[in-house]
Write a protein that binds this ligand. Structure first.
Ligand code: 13P
Length: 243
């Protein structure tokens, strides 16, 4: 049986108090039959969670240590205390921009799970790797090295070259990658690997969401730019609910 779909928004470094109204509009428009979360900057998490009780709010990163002298970082239990229920780990903007290794990403996932947060673990290849024909081997190895021992809530396949560019892989390429990632999840977790949701991320829009959700082993999406307004995000969520 297909997994229930999860559509998560990643607001990246956007959003202030003025954005709460948009978050309320998004939460109010979610249909039944689909899970939705918005991953926000740490400054907005608690305000948003109070504004939309029962709607899942998440964070975009977490430190791997429980507490300590880590200036500027946020611990998993602090995110939980702020009422986050999800956290993204291993986004390419962290892996590349902050030089995060697979080992660090794995440690962050372990810390997040220890505090009761649901983990969305990101993997994805560069354009060079895609053009060299080694996307599947590179992303599979990245996943193997980043997965924590306990099953994550979701894995997001985000080709780096598709993020914020308006370009997406062919549906065949998405299907091939998701099938490969599913087999890695089953190798890691046994039957539990079947219920880890595999999200596609990178330039998901209202115009392409339905066809992406129609691909086998696509259990939802991680959406950047198009998650910032109810007008763009809700049609994507509806496409997931209908798929
Ligand atoms: P866009 O949807 O803006 O391409 O961003 C994708 C992304 O990075 C989500 O984490």
């Amino acid at each position: 049986m297909a997994n229930r779909k999860l559509v998560a928004g990643n607001w990246k470094m956007h959003g202030t108090a003025e954005s709460i109204g948009e978050i309320v509009r998004i939460a109010a428009g979610v249909p039944t039959g689909v899970d939705v979360a918005l991953c926000l900057s740490a400054t907005l998490i608690e305000r948003a969670a109070r504004a939309v009780p029962g709607f899942a709010i998440g964070a975009q990163d977490v430190h791997s240590m429980e507490r300590g002298a880590f200036t500027g970082d946020v611990a998993a239990h602090q995110l939980h205390d702020a009422r986050a229920s999800f956290v993204i780990v291993g986004h390419s903007e962290r892996r590349d921009g902050h030089r995060e290794s697979d080992t660090q990403v794995r440690a962050k996932a372990v810390a997040a799970q220890g505090a009761g947060l649901k983990v969305i673990l990101c993997v994805g290849e560069s354009l060079e790797a895609r053009e060299a024909g080694c996307a599947i081997s590179i992303v599979s190895a990245q996943l193997d090295a980043s997965l924590p021992p306990s099953p994550v809530e979701a894995v997001a396949y985000e080709p780096i070259w598709a993020i914020g560019t308006g370009r997406i892989p062919s549906l065949e390429d998405i299907g091939e990658m998701h099938a490969a990632l599913r087999s890695r999840l089953i190798a890691a977790y046994g039957a539990a690997g079947n219920v880890v949701r595999l999200l596609y991320g990178g330039s998901v829009k209202p115009s392409n969401a339905a066809e992406i959700f129609g691909v086998a082993d696509v259990d939802g999406a991680l959406v950047g730019g198009a998650s910032m307004t109810a007008a763009d995000f809700l049609p994507i969520v509806e496409a997931a609910a209908e798929s």
